[in-house]
Design a protein around this ligand. Structure first.
Ligand code: NAD
Ligand code: WQD
Length: 339
């Protein structure tokens, strides 16, 4: 019988794509979300796209009784823990909300897992744990640091899982450090649906291209990069989703834990992305150069070789495809999941 995987934060951007990838790989998937940053309409879209039944429970990962009930009913073999708040600026303004949700939710989920005898977790970490990179590309053994409460929750989340593994070697965890997830499912039916003004580059560019916003503010062109704008490792969300399937196979295969980068190994500047989006959409993306955004690093990209070696996974989609899929989602759903 195939393994049952519980996805927390299942209605969110990355989890919804991962849901489809895991089902396509033969896993039974059960989703949990409290819709604090997503829409229940995602589930209707998934029902159309998914190769198997969509099993879902509305619950808060901080609620022990609710999570216990989910475990009793569905008996998962492993958990992929996506549920978290993720806005860097908001985390500076509301640190307690971030520590409660991101760390309280993780600890609570692990406690319920332990009670149920389920000790395999894939954890959504972030390249933000590398702080200001000393050298590029970033390998998993590079120094880590945090410059904001959101980043702290990822660093501390990783530490909690490592400590659990020391206390009880039956815990097997895969810590996945995502670089910059972008793009959408090729169907154009699910994608990223930010609330309010997008914080991240590609969703903002998409809204400029579709005419919902006038122009992009480019945060600085005086960085030490080829064109002066920030360089990042953008990764197609469907490649990222496949990385979770690979990580689960790794955990279910043998008793071991791993920390791994999920990136492409290729850096692109803000202006590279603007040009690629213009080409994919056939629309102009007007922009102006403004001051640097506090806390931004000049450049950040992954060394993805450890993931290739250990998980047999690598990203296959290039920047053009990321922009094409984002554009299809944006034009088919100008208001996201709102009708
Ligand atoms: P998202 O906001 O789209 O998804 C998170 C989901 O978790 C949402 O559906 C939200 O409703 C749910 N959630 C939040 N708190 C919850 C709670 N207490 N109980 C139940 N559900 C809860 O974000 P995403 O971009 O899909 O990110 C998923 C994970 O990946 C997060 O842990 C995030 O920190 C991490 N991550 C994201 C990025 C990125 O750029 N998108 C990069 C690195 C890491
Ligand atoms: C990319 C580049 C900006 C918006 C953030 C989080 C990180 C992770 C991923 C969760 C940078 C520039 C952006 C805009 C711009 N999230 N930019 N104008 O900052 O690499 O990472 O999301 O873990 O923790 O910090 O991604 O998309 O915000 O920015 O010029 O309106 O685009 O300066 O160079 P970032 P981003």
């Amino acid at each position: 019988m195939s393994a049952t995987i519980l996805l927390t934060g299942a209605a969110g951007y990355i989890a919804s794509h991962t849901w489809l990838a895991l089902q396509a790989s033969g896993f039974r998937v059960v989703g949990v979300d409290n819709f604090s940053n997503s829409s229940p309409r995602v589930l209707d879209r998934l029902r159309v796209l998914a190769p198997a039944a969509i099993e879902f429970e509305q619950a808060d990962v901080c609620d022990a009784a609710a999570m216990r009930a989910v475990f009793q009913q569905h008996k998962p073999d492993a958990v992929v823990h996506f549920a978290a708040f993720k806005a860097v600026g908001e985390s500076v303004a509301q640190p307690l909300a971030y520590y409660r949700n991101n760390l309280g939710g993780l600890v609570n989920t692990c406690e319920v897992m332990r009670e149920a005898g389920c000790k395999r977790m894939v954890f959504s970490s972030s390249a933000t744990v590398y702080g200001v990179p000393e050298r590029l590309p970033l390998r998993e053994d590079a120094p880590t640091s945090a410059t904001n409460p959101y980043g702290q929750t990822k660093l501390m989340g990783e530490q909690i899982l490592r400590d659990l593994g020391v206390a009880d070697p039956a815990w097997q965890t895969a810590i996945l450090r995502y670089f910059n997830p972008v793009g959408a499912h090729e169907s154009g039916r699910i994608g990223e649906d930010p609330r309010g003004t997008p914080n991240n580059l590609m969703p903002y560019v998409a809204q400029v291209a579709v005419g919902r916003r006038e122009k992009l503010a480019v945060f600085g062109n005086d960085y030490d990069t080829p064109d002066g704008t920030g360089v990042r490792d953008y990764i197609h969300v469907c490649d990222l989703a496949e990385g979770h399937a690979a990580a689960l196979r790794y955990l279910l295969d043998a008793p071991r834990s791993i920390t791994v980068n999920l990136g492409t190994g290729q850096g692109y500047s803000v202006l590279d992305l603007v040009r690629a989006y213009e080409a994919a959409s056939g629309r102009p993306v007007p922009y102006e150069i403004v001051a640097r955004r506090p806390g931004d690093v000049a450049a950040c990209w992954a060394d993805p070789s450890f993931a290739a070696e250990q998980l047999g996974w690598r990203a296959v989609h290039g920047l053009a495809r990321m922009c094409e899929d984002s554009w299809r989602w944006q034009t088919n759903n100008p208001k996201g999941f709102e009708e």
